[in-house]
Write a protein that binds this ligand. Structure first.
Ligand SMILES: Nc1ncnc2c1ncn2[C@@H]1O[C@H](COP(=O)(O)OP(=O)(O)O)[C@@H](O)[C@H]1O
Ligand SMILES: O=C(O)C[C@@H](O)[C@H](O)C(=O)COP(=O)(O)O
Length: 328
């Protein structure tokens, strides 16, 4: 059973990949020596949807999953998490689920080995993106990786067009993964195209450099260029150094990272995005929204997964209240 009821409004619909993470169960060991992994739902936009649903947002998802055991696991998990999965399409052409093996060599030396050849998510067709579904969203969260290849690229561009047409706010999560992109030029073209149409852009400093096809870019130059177009908010993350939000009106806000016992570094970005967006939906100011994002990320980096580990609102609020001392 899906949560779909005709006409239900969504705080947020995410579009892109829903995959599998296989996280090393043995810590502080290179992948070559790791024998056991635990399976979770993964894929940045799926993680963001799961995090948002766990915080109580009405959440939907658009994406294509494989017609196999992994696809069914993903759909079942997301449904149980309270996500409306009626926009998820099951691939009928034998494409496979994307896998991400994670290596935890040390708390700050983590890497991801992705298996993404011929993955079902990149075969989402434009005709599988439904205008009626998108217009029910307050926000459409677009993952940059879904632009890497056709036909997913066109499906996402259609979704962006439909969001604009129907007054749905577009959140562009740059979510850069090198594996499926063919060239830096191509990445920069599609990233810029969508960023210029988005209302809110979220990414790490490195991801903005990818978008600009430049090295060592500055937040000032990035925001100056973005605010000539549609964006009204740009969030630029700097890992453990914290994050900034800039507004079209000239506001700059900074959040520092919360101290935590780090188990692994991945999952930070997706938990950050879901809690940041949750706070915006609740009408909180930007400075507070940054704190929600940072607190959520610090909780997730102390846990084993990226999706299952997403915190509840009271955990985030308790951390903000209890831990005013942050990483400097
Ligand atoms: N080691 C850490 N300890 C606590 N918080 C962290 C840590 N690393 C990242 N974060 C938090 O997660 C946010 C996003 O992390 P970042 O590494 O920039 O994104 P991504 O995971 O997308 O690469 C940061 O702005 C920070 O608030
Ligand atoms: O996005 C993926 O396909 C892999 C993720 O599921 C994985 O958990 C991860 O890398 C999350 O990292 P983040 O971008 O730092 O949140």
């Amino acid at each position: 059973m899906t949560n779909e009821t005709s006409g239900e409004k969504f705080d947020l619909i995410a579009i892109g990949r829903a995959c599998i993470d296989l996280n090393a169960t043995e810590y502080n060991r290179p992948m070559e020596e790791t024998m056991t992994f635990t399976k979770y739902v993964g894929g940045s936009p799926a993680n963001i949807a799961i995090g948002s649903a766990k915080l109580g947002l009405k959440t939907g998802f658009i994406g294509k999953i494989a017609d196999d055991q992994h696809g069914r696991f993903i759909r079942g998990y997301m449904e149980k998490a309270g996500i409306d999965v009626s926009g998820m399409v099951v691939d009928q052409e034998g494409h496979k689920t994307g896998l991400a093996f994670t290596e935890i060599k040390s708390p700050d030396e983590c890497s991801i080995l992705m298996y993404r050849d011929d993955v079902a998510d990149l075969y989402l067709q434009p005709e599988e993106v439904d205008e009626e579904y998108i217009r029910r969203a307050n926000k459409l969260v677009v993952s940059g990786t879904a632009l890497a290849q056709s036909p997913s690229r066109e499906a996402v561009l259609k979704a962006v067009h439909l969001a604009k047409k129907n007054g749905v706010e577009i959140v562009f999560e740059l979510d850069y993964r090198p594996y499926t992109w063919k060239s830096a030029e191509e990445t920069a073209v599609y990233y810029s195209l969508v960023a210029q149409q988005a209302d809110i852009v979220i990414g790490t400093r490195d991801e903005y450099d990818i978008m600009e096809n430049a090295v060592g870019g500055s937040n000032e130059r990035t925001t100056e260029a973005l605010f000539k177009h549609a964006p009204r908010i740009a969030v630029i993350k700097h890992g453990v150094e914290g994050s900034y939000a800039y507004t079209r009106e000239g506001g700059t806000y900074r959040a520092q990272a919360y101290k935590t016992k780090v188990l692994k570094t991945f999952g930070a970005g997706d938990s950050y995005a879901s809690a940041f967006l949750y706070a915006l939906v609740q009408g909180k100011d930007l400075e507070t929204a940054l704190k929600y994002g940072s607190a959520s990320a610090s909780i997730v980096v102390s846990r084993h997964s990226s999706s299952d580990a997403m915190p509840a609102v009271d955990e985030i609020e308790a951390l903000i209240a209890d831990q005013p001392v942050l990483h400097s």
